[in-house]
Design a protein around this ligand. Structure first.
Ligand code: AMP
Ligand code: MG
Length: 396
């Protein structure tokens, strides 16, 4: 048996080496960029009018001129026009090119327009005001994004602006989710009294798909031979294998033995934690295997506590540890790290964690009322209101 810290450290010594893939811009959010993105032109590409109003030569205003005759109108999306007479102006719209001969924009709020004459209402203006100058934000060729940058909506904006309909991102390993257990039936089937529908595979699939990883789903029975044959094929075709069930002490829990006989080296079995104590972890030459206990909350917790940070770390992205404050006193006697199910309230910038009743490892119906887990250390049993502990949230 290893501690939670030891399990984490062993898992992080077995990172995978990500490949690259090109994906559509629309699907890049949350992914990690694998290429350098440069500005394909200046940002902005021309002196951009930043307010609706009139464009004038500043010199004319400085010399005392206040009534500017409107010569024409320059709208966004029109080729650049020119001012003919220094004592005139051009009406300009936000997003338009600044007309040739003008260097300053005065917004509509600061002028009266009577008979096509714009009269300036204000005493002073600044040269160049209300203009977003060409190349102010970036020059053509400047680096905008680097490999390793995590793509959020803000990065999607940059990719779109430089005309990238596709981007190269780090690829996830080929992934298999395997449920085991003779009591499990498909979600479309009507279970007999002794059966239940399998939910873990879909939970894991949902959590992985959100990250951009598309796993293949399998199911194997509690039969040593069939299990081993099935696993052998799955191992040949995948780099990451997430199993649920069959790792405990039951007579039909064949998973650890089957994996080892297929050449997957055990790196630990059992972690001093609740839920998820029977967790088994191993690796072969090209595969990493997380064999999680089948109890739905155990599977769930192990994914967010171990597998998700492992995936991100493999791609060069650390998972920052979040913390929350215990809302009331709480006790947990066994010498195990306890992942307490909590509901979170944000009070004046501080996360307060309220324990949620129920919360056994099989009680996944409870998870709908839970935001995450508070990680209470194994070497203590009394935890006081106001104390701060690591928090693993799953509703991001
Ligand atoms: P095991 O780890 O195989 O001993 O399973 C522990 C408990 O989790 C049993 O009550 C199983 O029926 C349940 N279980 C195992 N796999 C799944 C699954 N894929 N979906 C829902 N429950 C499961
Ligand atoms: Mg089982």
């Amino acid at each position: 048996m290893v501690t939670v810290a030891e399990a984490t450290s062993i898992i992080h010594q077995h990172l995978f080496l990500p490949g690259k893939e090109r994906i559509k811009l629309e699907t890049t959010e949350g992914r990690i960029l694998a290429e350098t993105i440069k500005a394909d032109r200046d940002f902005p590409p021309f002196d951009r009018v930043a307010m609706d109003g009139i464009a004038v030569p500043f010199k004319s205003f400085q010399e005392g001129w206040r009534d500017f005759k409107i010569e024409s109108m320059q709208a966004a999306g029109q080729p650049r026009t020119s001012l003919r007479d220094q004592q005139n102006c051009i009406e300009v719209m936000t997003g338009a090119m600044l007309p040739v001969g003008c260097d300053t924009v005065i917004r509509y709020e600061d002028v009266f327009i009577v008979n096509k004459i714009a009269k300036i209402k204000i005493e002073s203006i600044e040269k160049g005001q209300s203009i977003h100058p060409r190349a102010h934000d970036a020059r053509k060729g400047d680096i905008l994004l680097n490999p390793g940058n995590r793509i959020a909506a803000s990065e999607v904006a940059l990719l779109a602006t430089v005309g990238r309909a596709e981007a190269e991102v780090l690829a996830f390993p080929t992934t298999a989710i395997v449920s085991t257990g003779n009591e499990l039936v498909d979600i479309r089937d009507l279970p007999q009294p002794h059966q239940i529908r399998k939910s873990n595979s879909y939970v894991l699939q949902a959590a992985l798909t959100t990250m951009g990883c598309r796993p293949d789903l399998y199911h194997l029975p509690d039969d040593r031979n069939v299990l081993e044959k099935g696993l052998s094929k799955i191992l040949a075709d995948h780099q990451l294998i997430i199993l649920s069930g069959g790792v405990s002490k039951g007579k039909l829990d064949f998973m650890p033995a089957a994996l080892e006989s297929l050449g997957v080296k055990k790196l630990f079995h059992e972690v001093s934690q609740r839920p998820g104590k029977p967790f088994w972890f191993g690796a072969a030459r090209k595969q990493v295997v997380f064999a999680l206990p089948g109890n739905p909350v155990s599977t769930f917790l192990c994914f967010y506590r171990y597998i998700k940070p492992w995936l991100l770390k493999s791609m060069g992205a650390e998972t920052p540890v979040a913390y929350a404050r215990l809302g009331i006193d709480f006790s947990f006697i066994p010498p195990l790290t306890y992942f307490l199910q909590v509901k979170i309230k944000n009070e004046k910038g501080s996360l307060i964690a309220w324990p949620v009743e129920g919360g056994g490892s099989g009680d996944f119906a409870n998870l709908k009322d839970v935001d995450g887990f508070l990680e209470l250390p194994a070497d203590r049993y009394d935890f006081k209101e106001g104390e701060v502990f690591p928090y693993i949230g799953f509703r991001v």
